[in-house]
Design a protein around this ligand. Structure first.
Ligand code: TGC
Ligand code: FAD
Length: 406
């Protein structure tokens, strides 16, 4: 079980109704199937009923709402893109994107939990795990009975994970794991961790570490101003004996974790649009209702410029994500295409959140509106899964053939 939990009664329920409907300026809904729309409606209804009423309080208290986990499993938020035979959703990548968008529309931290579980824990087990590992972990991860985290980043190796120092020795029937990971989403409550570490030959391998293994601890990271409703922590390995059967057999080298990041970055590309839409809707509503100088502020040109630019950027981001989803479905998406979409969509979402914050005037800094929470969350989203500048350099290398990283 998880190391620490709370329950629904620990969160104050707001009486404010969540009336979100998505803007669709370019009739992009026409590009979706009936199944996609049904999935969207189902997830949206569940989010409105279960997350919206408590999310502001969870963020203010900086507490992850553990009671949501089984419900997230029931609506198919964990590993929707993985096959039915392992208890997963068996859905396409557009459906996966839609689910991430609906979750992040409410809060990036909740989407983070689902991204990590589906793309960074379940996906590597599915893609690189043994049949025994798949049968043991995937069905329970899909329901939320088991939760996982992904350990790549270290205190001294963030953008450059190839330099990692976490390592293991092969001692016959078990591995001896030492080192530390930092900034790990879900770490404080995860039952298992997919950890990337170097073997004695300096090759990066994936290892499944279980809570309860001696020498394995997960201290929580406190005092974040961003993703406050998501639990972040460290993974510390002090001579942890990990059974050899917990090694992921199917991959060696940095391409292992980077392959998983492709899937998670894709999900973020859709997720960020959700946060942007929520900020846009709130700004549109507020400017229509708020009167200054004897008229709604929506009537002033400067406010209209901001709203018109917001919906333009949201629409462009939607089209980019939709096309990328189709490339993912066809198995044709390249890492650089994913970088472009993650980078662009998070960037526009953060800019929209900042503009929306100003349009709400003083009210924009309060928890009465979701704006400031989205804005602070997106400061992490633009940093994790590859920073804004790292994705620019990935694109630069793709188009010029020159490596500007080092
Ligand atoms: P480089 O030499 O370019 O590549 C090493 C090997 O990996 C292959 N490769 C990829 N494979 C699959 N997908 C990709 N996107 C790949 N990119 C590269 C490459 O072909 C090579 O394979 P091989 O067979 O030749 O060995 O590697 P590098 O050391 O120069 O680094 C490249 C760089 C900087 C782009 C990469 O390291 C990077 O992306 N850095 C950013 C780190 C990052 O994104 N960390 C994310 C941590 S997890 C996280 O933030 C989760 S937050 C989750 C949440 O809460 O939602
Ligand atoms: P650094 O790599 O130190 O970068 C600092 C600055 O230098 C950045 O602006 C960067 O763009 C720039 N920079 C670095 N290299 C170059 C270069 N070559 N050229 C130009 N500029 C450069 N990691 C996980 O493994 N698992 C998780 O679950 C996870 N969850 C996270 C949750 C949160 C809330 C946060 C904040 C982070 C999380 N991360 C996780 C870590 C995240 O992926 C890293 O923070 C990110 O990759 C950047 O690494 P860093 O923070 O060490 O920054």
């Amino acid at each position: 079980m998880s190391s620490a939990t709370n329950s629904e009664k620990d969160f104050h329920q707001t009486s404010k109704a969540d009336l979100f409907t998505h803007p669709d300026f370019y009739q992009i809904d026409d590009l979706l199937s009936e199944e996609h729309k049904l999935i969207r409606d189902t997830v949206r209804d569940w989010v409105k009923k279960n997350i919206s009423p408590i999310i502001e309080d969870a963020a203010q208290q900086a507490k992850f709402p553990h009671h949501l986990l089984r419900g997230l499993g029931e609506i198919g938020a964990f590993g929707p893109q993985l096959p039915l035979e392992y208890g997963c959703g068996g859905l396409d990548y557009i459906s996966y994107g839609i689910i991430m968008q609906e979750l992040e529309r409410c809060d990036s931290g909740i989407r983070s939990t689902a991204s990590v579980q589906g793309s960074l824990v379940m996906y590597p087990i599915f893609k690189f795990g043994s049949e025994e590992q798949k049968r043991k972990y995937l069905p329970k991860l899909a329901t939320g009975e088991l939760m996982g985290c992904f350990g790549l980043t270290e205190p001294d190796h963030g953008s450059n994970p190839a330099g990692m120092t976490t390592n293991f020795k092969d001692l016959g029937d078990h591995l001896l794991l030492n080192g530390a990971k930092m900034w790990i989403s879900n770490a404080p409550f995860a039952n298992i961790a997919v950890v990337w570490a170097k073997n004695e030959q300096g090759k990066i391998r994936g290892v499944i570490v279980e809570r309860g293994m001696e020498g394995f601890t997960t201290p929580e990271t406190h005092n974040k101003w961003s993703l406050r409703a998501s639990a972040t922590g460290e993974l510390v390995f002090d001579n942890v004996k990990v059974p050899k059967k917990n090694l992921l057999p199917g991959v060696e080298g940095l391409k292992g974790p980077l392959t998983c990041l492709n899937s998670a970055r894709y999900g973020i590309s859709w997720g960020a649009i959700g946060a942007a839409m929520d900020c846009y809707n709130s700004a549109l509503q507020y400017t229509k209702e708020r009167h200054q100088f004897g008229r709604p502020i929506a009537g002033f040109q400067l406010q209209q410029k901001k709203l018109a630019e917001m919906i333009t950027e949201i629409t462009k981001a939607q089209l980019l994500a939709w096309r990328l989803g189709n490339l993912m479905n066809a198995g044709k998406a390249t890492p650089a295409q994913i970088s472009m979409c993650k980078r662009n969509n998070v960037d526009i979402a953060l800019k929209i959140a900042r503009e929306a914050r100003q349009m709400h005037g003083g009210m924009g800094i309060t928890g009465e509106y979701p704006i400031m929470r989205h804005m602070m969350n997106l400061e992490s989203v633009i940093t994790y899964e590859g920073t804004h500048d790292i994705h620019l350099l990935i694109l630069g290398m793709e188009i010029t053939g020159e490596n500007a990283f080092q």
